[in-house]
Design a protein around this ligand. Structure first.
Ligand code: BTN
Length: 246
């Protein structure tokens, strides 16, 4: 991972650059990093705030030998790799909110967006886009993010070394990716569950079909979350935004 790295000052989105490289035949593990994104994108078509010089905005080209139905597993694997590597470099406690937001307390510190190109249900390539709020200060955040986002610097009280974080992440991702190819999703799922802050908690999930309130019970092998809803019914949720109820 990261044997070929392209570093840009400013780009609309590293996802677009990584996708172009993948289409041109770039090898698995190619990494695109930008100091700033002018149209950073998040999950569910949302914009992703990516100001200059203080974050880690990067996209990793993957060529997993899997079919489309397994791509949620890759997102969860990326979340585990990111959480474990960050905690090795920065002495703060970080948890994963299903499916793939990293939080400190109730505030988001990283987001992951996995996009894939497929042919006959096979994945041609996938791009794992990762946004880490590394050295942002409170005053860097626009009003709409002030209460819901935070950074590694704000939480640890010290500027973090972005290169050390990227290096550690690539090594951890490579280890887990190899484990995944050798042993499947089961060991990744165990690691994810240990880092999860959504499991066994009362939650509300906002899905495209509406909202579901209940207790998050478990993650299954497809990466879906099972919850017992307020009427005692078991529900399988494939995607959505989790709100943890206090
Ligand atoms: C989310 O939290 O909704 C996912 C955010 C993913 C952001 C990263 S930053 C690098 C890459 N380029 C993008 O435009 N998005 C991803």
């Amino acid at each position: 991972m990261g044997k070929q790295i392209k570093i840009l000052d400013s780009t609309p989105s590293t996802q677009i650059v990584a996708q172009e490289l993948a289409e041109q035949g770039a090898p698995e593990g190619t990494l695109v990093i930008a100091e700033e994104q002018t149209s950073g994108r998040g999950r569910m078509g949302r914009p992703f705030y990516s100001p200059s010089g203080k974050g880690i905005w990067m996209s990793l080209v993957l060529k997993p030998q899997t079919s489309l139905q397994f791509t949620p597993q890759l997102t969860l694997l990326a979340a585990v790799a990111l959480c474990r590597s960050l905690q090795r470099v920065v002495p703060i406690s970080i948890g994963i909110k299903w499916p793939n937001d990293l939080l400190v307390g109730t505030r988001k510190i990283c987001g992951i967006l996995l996009e894939s190109s497929t042919e006959d249900e096979r994945v041609r390539y996938a791009i794992a886009g990762i946004g880490i709020s590394a050295n942002l200060d409170v005053e860097d955040y626009p009003e709409y993010l002030k209460d819901i986002a935070t950074s590694l610097k704000i939480e640890s009280g010290a500027k973090v070394d972005r290169t050390a974080i990227i290096t550690e992440f690539l090594a951890e991702f490579e280890t887990l990716y190899q484990l995944y190819h050798e042993q499947g999703f089961a060991p990744i799922r165990i690691l994810w569950e240990a880092l999860s802050i959504s499991l066994h908690r009362p939650i509300t999930i906002h899905t495209l079909q509406g909202k579901v309130t209940g207790i998050a019970e478990e993650l299954d092998d497809s990466g879906a979350l099972w919850i017992t809803d307020e009427f005692g019914e078991k529900r399988k949720i494939f995607s959505g935004d989790v709100e943890i109820n206090r």
